[in-house]
Design a protein around this ligand. Structure first.
Ligand code: MLT
Ligand code: ZN
Length: 434
């Protein structure tokens, strides 16, 4: 994996917000750097202690505080594991508004600190909309209680949004309140094969036309991604070899109605030859097996060596072009270049796999990928954050004035820079951008 290597002599595991506050007050008074850490599943080195930072793990802060069954608003501590929350909510006919491959170990506090996107964003929107309140502890130990459970609250600046996506650099998230949608009564999944990227887009348009209100995910993976999951994980491809695969999930309240809509959509895309092969699943076990093909791509590539990861947002008309150009550029220097992602959100995961870390490959990739993304008005980090690995590239997606304001906020909220140092805020502007 192409990530930061951790180094720390001390991990602290508080159980309460008060303990977090006492730890930070002490560390701040002694100028001791602290790296907040949830499930440590991030992909940009955001939760890694880079030098000798003290790790502040939220793993023991895993209490569910309250669930309002009528409104679906859940309040819990930051260390709750995403999958455990989902399991808990299922018993109350609710679901979490986010779902991602790392659900078995990632924690809700980490999801919020990184503003994680994932597979359901298309349907339920981002955490910035779903999180109603946050409790966080500032660098000096001050507890900020914004743990509101209100859908509407326009009293002053929206402080909670400062903590969402700031990767633990402004405060440690200790508790959250989040609105949870009803559990769908019917879920269907179609796993489809397309002969070209243009046909993937045409399939997406038809899908929105026919299934708009029940569409809950629209994901894309290319053949190269499929080869990694089948070869390295032994998963089986239910279809023949296709240049592109698409996962369409519908979630609704009436199985018959949803199936009819899905079938109508499938009829159109088959007739138009946008789709060359496909299978449908309604049983949970088959749905689960099909999702594995998409969710485990990241894990499958890591088995082959070093993975150079890029998580970018792009307009859909150029979305896959960067994969083609990167593949041509890297040629035989790598084992493969793959493209997959949340196409419904314009979020591409571009990954290059090499047997070992290789300067030729790094130099061919950077700043090429960032320049390409900026030129096409994309974002260099769609959902993974900047962390340690990407912080210096922020200028490709944000103006100088915006980065300066971020640095001012950081200096105001954490003047001694003890909170997750070396993350998010750039060290200096890259020469190419000066
Ligand atoms: C995914 O969508 O699978 C995750 O964001 C992880 C990845 O980038 O591979
Ligand atoms: Zn993703």
């Amino acid at each position: 994996m192409y990530l930061a290597r951790g180094s720390s002599k001390l991990m602290l595991k508080p159980k309460t917000t008060q303990e977090v506050s006492e730890i930070l007050a002490y560390c701040n008074s002694r100028c001791l750097a602290v790296t907040p850490q949830g499930g440590n599943t991030g992909l940009v080195g955001g939760s890694v202690p880079v030098f000798d930072e003290i790790v502040l793990s939220t793993s023991l802060m895993n209490d569910i505080i309250h669930l309002d069954k009528a409104s679906g608003i859940l309040v819990c501590q930051a260390g709750c594991i995403l999958e455990s929350l989902s399991t808990y909510l299922e018993d109350h006919d609710l679901i979490m508004p986010l779902d991602l491959g790392a659900k078995g170990s990632c924690q809700i506090g980490g999801n919020i600190s990184t503003n994680a996107g994932g597979l359901r964003l298309l349907r339920y929107g981002s955490l910035r909309g779903n999180v109603l309140g946050i409790e966080a502890v500032l660098a000096d130990g001050t507890i900020i209680d914004c743990l509101s459970t209100l859908r509407k609250d326009n009293t002053g600046y929206d402080l909670k949004n400062l903590f969402i996506g700031s990767e633990g650099t402004l405060g440690v998230v200790t508790a959250v309140s989040i609105q949870c949608p009803p559990k769908p009564k019917a879920v269907n999944l179609a796993f489809l094969g397309c002969s070209s990227y243009e046909n993937v887009l045409a399939t997406y348009s038809e899908c929105k036309n026919n299934c708009a209100e029940i569409l809950s995910a629209f994901e894309m993976m290319d053949l190269q991604s499929m080869k990694f999951v089948t070869t390295n994980l032994g998963l089986s491809n239910p279809l023949g070899e296709c240049p592109f695969y698409v996962v369409v999930e519908t979630s609704g309240s009436d199985a018959q109605h949803d199936e009819e809509k899905l079938n109508k959509f499938l009829e159109v895309v088959m007739e138009q030859q946008y789709v060359m092969d496909g299978t449908i699943a309604t049983e949970p076990s088959k749905i689960y097996a099909l999702w594995q093909l998409r969710e485990r791509i990241n894990e499958s590539m890591m088995k082959s060596g070093v993975v150079y990861k890029y998580d970018i947002s792009l307009p859909l008309d150029v979305y896959y072009d960067v994969v083609i150009e990167t593949r041509q550029r890297l040629g035989d220097n790598v084992l493969g270049v793959v493209g997959y992602g949340h196409i419904g959100d314009g979020n591409l995961h571009l990954n290059a796999v090499a047997p070992t870390l290789n300067k030729t490959v790094s130099d061919l990739l950077e700043p090429f990928v960032y320049e390409w993304t900026a030129k096409h008005k994309g974002s260099i980090s769609a959902e993974h954050g900047l962390g340690f690995n990407k912080r210096n590239y922020i200028y490709y997606s944000k103006s100088d004035a915006a980065v300066e304001l971020m640095a001012l906020m950081k200096a105001k909220m954490d003047p001694k820079c003890i909170l997750n140092p070396y993350k998010t805020i750039p060290v200096c502007k890259p020469a190419s951008k000066q």
